[in-house]
Write a protein that binds this ligand. Structure first.
Ligand code: SF4
Length: 377
């Protein structure tokens, strides 16, 4: 009996899937673009090299579905980095334990200053981010501060180290609405090559995290892979879609979102082994929109203003703006050496909101309160 995604994943053969995707032809892409509900084979066709010359029809179909399913709105959120301490060594990240950077954990006063600075921009949707350090920034830290932070905002997501199921339940009761956990790559050996020390080396612990989130009844679950880690982004993204389908079927009460972060330069970081170009990123996002039309797609400030302005109307539901990836960065602008990676879109939240309005869409600072009906202790 399948009781977690690992049992699915172990039956999915990377090389075979890569072959299937690469063998798709123009007629397969045209078929995928002509059907209402896409099969897995159709999705492979949209991911395939053969779909590269169909960007225009892909974008048109994706845009139509985005407006149909979500209306003319785009949600704004912002990350709050609580700490850059990390007990892992990931080859692609500026927070890796091997990097000799200044480390920082925000205390109560600094958190309040950050919340007030973020609120002044108008944000209501917050994503809490930390490095992964369960001793110094673990459950005790989260217990101490989650309710306090929650009191400032309408919705609260977090992107921290994977936790136990009962810990997610506890955080949900303290006001947590959602959790983002990227698998980084679904290719086992590639995963091992890039996670050199610490608990993140445990591929399976990470792979089963969304199962624990689903069982804990977390309302919103964010998934993603890091583009540029594995040799074949198409296969990684196909496996991401398999993960999504499994979760939607198994934990159908939760809502899902997908992000497509591309590897960015950082202190001591590696170069991408495979480059996902901007046209390919467009292809990928459109393919996901068409295959899973009700799933939210997010786009962060890792991408350029030009790219985001063009992509948002086509397929994007959630965008970050004015992001600072260093702890304390909103209240104190002088700390760039603590950054996790370089950002590409440095516009202010107001400038991005204006760009969204200029595109004929409505920037949404505050969605309805997802926690209504849930008891916050
Ligand atoms: S990716 Fe996450 S776990 Fe890895 S070093 Fe960076 S902060 Fe730590």
């Amino acid at each position: 009996m399948v009781d977690n995604f690992y049992n699915y994943w172990k039956n999915l053969n990377w090389d075979f899937l890569s072959l299937c995707i690469n063998q798709k032809k123009a007629c397969d892409v045209e078929h995928a673009l002509s059907v209402d509900k896409l099969s897995r084979e159709d999705f492979m066709a949209l991911l395939s090299p053969a779909a590269a010359v169909y960007l225009e029809p892909l974008a048109q179909r994706a845009k139509k579905l985005t407006r149909q399913r979500f209306g003319n709105v785009v949600n704004l959120y912002v990350p709050l980095y609580l700490s850059n301490l990390c007990a892992n060594d990931c080859t692609y990240c500026g927070f890796s334990m091997r990097n000799h950077i200044k480390r920082k954990i925000l205390d109560a006063e600094e958190i309040t200053r950050e919340c007030l600075a973020i609120k002044a921009y108008g944000f209501e949707h917050l994503l809490l981010v930390t490095g992964e350090h369960e001793v110094k920034v673990g459950m005790n830290y989260f217990r101490r501060y989650i309710q306090k932070i929650r009191a400032y905002f309408s919705s609260l997501m977090m992107e921290v180290q994977p936790l136990l199921q009962h810990e997610y339940t506890e955080l949900k009761n303290l006001g947590l609405d959602g959790v983002v956990v990227y698998q980084e790559t679904y290719h086992f050996n590639t995963y091992l090559q890039h996670h050199l020390r610490g608990k993140k080396q445990d591929f399976y612990w990470r792979l089963e995290t969304p199962d624990r989130l689903g069982r804990a009844g977390i309302d919103r679950i964010g998934l993603g892979t890091l583009m540029g880690l594995s040799k074949n982004w198409r296969t990684d993204c196909y496996l991401l879609a398999e993960h999504l389908l499994y979760l939607q079927k198994t934990y159908w009460r939760s809502k899902y979102s997908i992000s497509f972060p591309r590897l960015r330069p950082c202190v001591g970081g590696i170069e991408p082994i495979s480059i996902l170009s901007e046209p390919q990123l467009v292809q990928l996002m459109c393919a996901f929109r068409i295959f899973a039309p009700d799933v939210e797609l997010s786009l962060s400030t890792r991408e350029s203003a030009f790219f985001r302005d063009h992509m948002i109307p086509i397929a994007i539901n959630n965008v970050s703006a004015g992001s600072k990836t260093q702890p304390g960065g909103y209240a104190n602008h002088e700390q760039s050496e603590l950054e996790q990676f370089e950002l590409q879109d440095n516009r202010t939240p107001k400038q991005l909101a204006q760009a969204i309005t200029d595109a004929g869409l409505q920037p949404v600072w505050k969605d309805w309160d997802a926690y209504l009906g849930r008891i916050i202790h």
